[in-house]
Design a binder for this molecule. Structure first.
Ligand code: 5GP
Ligand code: MN
Length: 328
């Protein structure tokens, strides 16, 4: 029998609601390189608490909100200089404390903290941890929390939730029936889906096309990779990425993962000399989160990532050996 966990990762939603109700000031933290799920969760919760009279700030360790997410409602809550004395710190969609980047020290000194997340790899790094790997997006958990708190779904809040739901489910492909019912509620609350999603997942500068041409030409397909199910690897060196936004680099994986011969798609984005942010995707037969955890990162069975320090060649070698360790 395994040892009992030191803390529960399955706090019920009413415990979370009680702690949030008791706080007069709340700081909501998103992960580095925020996506629509973490920022949509933070802004939706922030707007709801703000409307109840709670003092709210939203923060993450980046110089600015990514341009593609700049239209999500509630931007006035975002600060680059968050208060260190909030009654409560709430982390949303943050798989591990390391994903807070330089804001991790706020969590360490916080009076109280709650982690709300849907990553199965999340071990629970808050005082209270509500982690539900069955939730297809963290915004689904936030919607349940707002219902528990009795907060109405305004069009602004619904827009933030919709952005996270649509993107984390790959445009609803992995949404459960409950996820689709939530989407219907959000549309009834006034969300205009195309307006919300076009800037997030459907808009790139022309330079993206030429960058794609360069990196896709150099794509490597290894039919024996990923435990014999096939792996395609694309590297985006710094010089090729020059002048493009993070959004353009993060979108490359969605093209690469369409390769029929490969169960696993890998895109390694160089962020500095010998530093790479690696994105992994699978079609479902293999769990890329296990490999990402082995390489120091985390994520979901079909979408995971990690940071690699070393040469591009060493990156592929580490990945190959990570696949060759028998998976649990
Ligand atoms: P992406 O490839 O879109 O950056 O990330 C895919 C998934 O992997 C997301 O759920 C993200 O949270 C997770 N992920 C990406 N990079 C890291 C990392 O360095 N550490 C951890 N723990 N998770 C990561
Ligand atoms: Mn998420």
């Amino acid at each position: 029998m395994s040892a009992a966990p030191l803390f529960s990762t399955a706090a019920p939603v009413h415990h979370v609601a009680e702690r949030i109700t008791a706080a007069r000031s709340v700081l909501i933290l998103s992960h580095v390189n925020p996506d629509a799920d973490t920022l949509g969760s933070a802004l939706a919760l922030g707007l709801a608490l703000d409307a109840r009279g709670t003092s709210v700030e939203v923060a993450f360790d980046e110089p600015a909100v990514p341009e593609s997410l700049a239209a999500l409602p509630g931007q006035h809550l975002v600060t680059r200089d968050p208060s260190r004395t909030a009654d409560l710190v709430v982390c949303v969609d943050v798989a591990s404390s390391g994903r807070l980047g330089g804001l991790v020290d706020i969590l360490e000194t916080a009076r109280d903290s709650i982690v709300i997340d849907h990553h199965a790899s999340n071990l629970g790094f808050g005082r209270l941890n509500w982690i539900d790997p069955h939730a297809e997006a963290t915004v689904v958990m936030i919607a349940a929390l707002l219902d528990e708190l009795g907060c109405p779904l305004t069009t602004e809040i619904a827009t933030d939730l919709y952005a996270g739901l649509a993107t984390d489910t790959v445009n609803f492909r992995f949404a459960s029936p409950a996820g689709h019912r939530l989407a219907a509620r959000l549309l009834e609350a006034g969300v205009v889906a195309d307006e919300v999603l076009r800037p997030i997942s459907d808009t790139h500068p022309f330079g993206w096309l030429t960058m794609l041409g360069t990196v896709l030409t150099a794509a490597v397909l290894d039919p024996a990779g990923a435990r014999g199910l096939g792996q395609v690897v694309v590297r985006i060196p710094l010089e090729t990425a020059a002048g493009l936004r993070r959004e353009e680099l993060d979108a490359v994986i969605d093209i690469v993962r369409t390769s029929a011969e490969a169960e696993v798609a890998v895109v390694a984005k160089q962020t500095d000399d010998d530093v790479w942010q690696v994105s992994l995707r699978s079609h479902g037969a293999l769990d890329v989160a296990e490999v990402a955890v082995r390489c120091g990162g985390g994520g979901h069975p079909r979408a995971a990532g990690y940071t690699f320090v070393g040469s591009g060649a060493a990156l592929t070698a580490q990945l190959d050996s990570a696949w060759n360790v028998p998976l649990t």
